[in-house]
Design a protein. Structure first.
Length: 232
């Protein structure tokens, strides 16, 4: 579904990502782990087209490297950004509609809205409330639901656990597990390795812009890679 070939991201003299090769198969959940400054957000930015990069980004076999960010969304990419960036002044309902802005199937949009409100009942209670008044965990749920409203082929989740209480983090990852079970393809960037590994088929560990490990969570057991690079 996603293939990164020799991806490079530089900010002036800083090489944030160096020749990264990464794949996410259809229906797979891949976790991208690594310490602060490893290049995880830069990788996500390069996939969405919001950060300039070199190398190739293929979505479903099609090279999207040259496409602007909005065209990539139209091709089936969606992101729940780091820091739960919802439209704070818009209501929860309006955030849902923004996520579905490119869709023309009204009945489908209605059905999906109901589906995600069933999954996150608290968002139904807050439907008419400005998103900025939600708690951190509620905003994270909304950011994910909004991304899902575009009916993506591939969902990118950038640090869904950031700044949330452990109980909420577990809830968010339970939901991510449900999304995977429904057949969605996911790339999840996380500092919280234990949660990310619960449902991951494969794990990439990135440090200073380079891959240090690729394999299954089981392959990681018995190595000291987690404590060396991720601290857990
Ligand atoms: N706009 C920028 N200008 C200059 N350097 C940047 C910029 N954005 C990121 N960097 C640098 O690139 C490197 C990778 O940053 P990136 O944000 O991709 O890492 P990360 O793995 O997402 O880290 P974190 O987990 O702390 O969010 C870091 O050294 C960072 O300082």
């Amino acid at each position: 579904m996603l293939s990164l070939e020799k991806l490079q991201v530089s900010y002036g003299a800083v090489q944030a990502v160096r020749s990264l090769d990464l794949t996410v198969g259809e229906g797979e959940l891949v976790a991208l782990l690594g310490p602060n400054g490893a290049g995880k957000s830069s990788t996500i930015g390069a996939i969405t087209g919001l950060v300039p990069s070199k190398g190739r980004v293929l979505l479903g076999g099609t090279d999207i490297s040259m496409l602007p960010a909005e065209s990539r969304i139209a091709k089936g990419l969606a992101i729940s950004p780091e820091g739960r960036r919802v439209f704070a002044n818009l209501t929860v309902g309006e955030n849902f509609r923004m996520g579905a802005a490119l869709r023309r199937d009204r009945a489908g949009v209605r059905d999906d809205t109901e589906r995600f409100l069933d999954m996150f009942p608290v968002l139904r209670e807050r439907f008419a409330q400005p998103a900025g008044t939600l708690s951190g965990g509620e905003q994270q749920m909304l950011a994910i639901a909004r991304a899902l409203m575009s009916r993506p082929r591939l969902l990118l989740l950038d640090e869904p656990s950031l700044g949330l209480a452990p109980l909420i983090v577990t809830k968010i990852f339970d939901f991510i597990g449900e999304l995977k079970a429904s057949g969605l393809t996911l790339l999840v960037v996380e500092q919280n390795a234990a949660q990310a590994m619960r449902f991951a088929d494969r794990v990439y560990i990135l440090s200073t812009g380079e891959v240090r490990f690729v394999g299954t969570p089981a392959d990681l057991e018995g190595t000291d890679l987690m404590s060396v690079y991720v601290g857990g």
